[in-house]
Design a protein around this ligand. Structure first.
Ligand code: SF4
Length: 195
């Protein structure tokens, strides 16, 4: 096991015991994330849902299957990307995470970013987009305005690209969202072929 993987395992152990916010009360399994470490490409979603909470893995339900389709449009396999969420424990009834829960969980996401050192971050949904843009000193904007656009930011480790995307689950509830998501993920594919 490499150093980064070892550090991630330590983080996983911390999260399993974490009680920094009230979401620990209803969780079955916290979801740290999974994927290559270090990771060139990182996907950040909002929060675990029912199946993620049951299995302790990110994006394993219907939204996860749709995410696999979207990744394929960008020429990517799931094994090539590291996937995590803004909060690591499932909110009750899949409600949105509250600002104080996101704040409490932010240090874990920040440690993941510094360990994994991604060159490209795709944010999935409005919560992840606002969190990641702010983290890199960029102004948060509505996801409806900036989805599929490419933002450049500087980190301590050099330049990083950020592409805000809709959350895959949004297309499951609103099928017309599918074509928008297909176009955005093709943009990701073009970006990867250029860089
Ligand atoms: S959501 Fe994050 S901060 Fe809250 S209990 Fe779970 S791991 Fe801890």
């Amino acid at each position: 096991m490499g150093d980064v993987e070892e550090e991630l395992e330590k983080l996983r152990a911390e999260i399993e015991k974490c009680r920094r916010c009230s979401l620990h009360k209803g969780r079955t399994k916290p979801v740290l994330g999974e994927g290559p470490a270090p990771a060139e490409i990182m996907l950040v979603g909002e929060a675990p849902g029912y199946w993620e909470d049951q299995q302790g893995k990110p994006f394993v339900g219907a939204a996860g299957r749709f995410l696999n389709e979207l990744l394929a449009l960008a020429g990517l396999k799931r094994s090539q990307v590291y996937i995590t969420n803004v909060v690591k424990c499932r909110p009750p009834k899949n409600r949105d995470p509250k600002p104080e829960e996101e704040e409490a969980c932010a240090p874990y996401l920040e440690r993941q970013l510094s360990l994994l050192k991604p060159r490209l971050i795709c944010t999935l949904g409005s919560h992840a987009t606002a969190r990641i843009l702010s983290f890199f000193g960029l102004k948060p904007q509505p996801i409806t305005k900036i989805h599929g656009k490419v933002f450049k930011a500087q980190s301590l480790l050099g330049g990083i690209l950020i592409v805000p995307l809709f959350h895959p689950a949004s297309a499951l509830y609103k099928p017309p969202m599918k074509s928008l998501q297909f176009e955005d993920w093709k943009t990701v594919g073009r970006l990867l072929s250029e860089t």
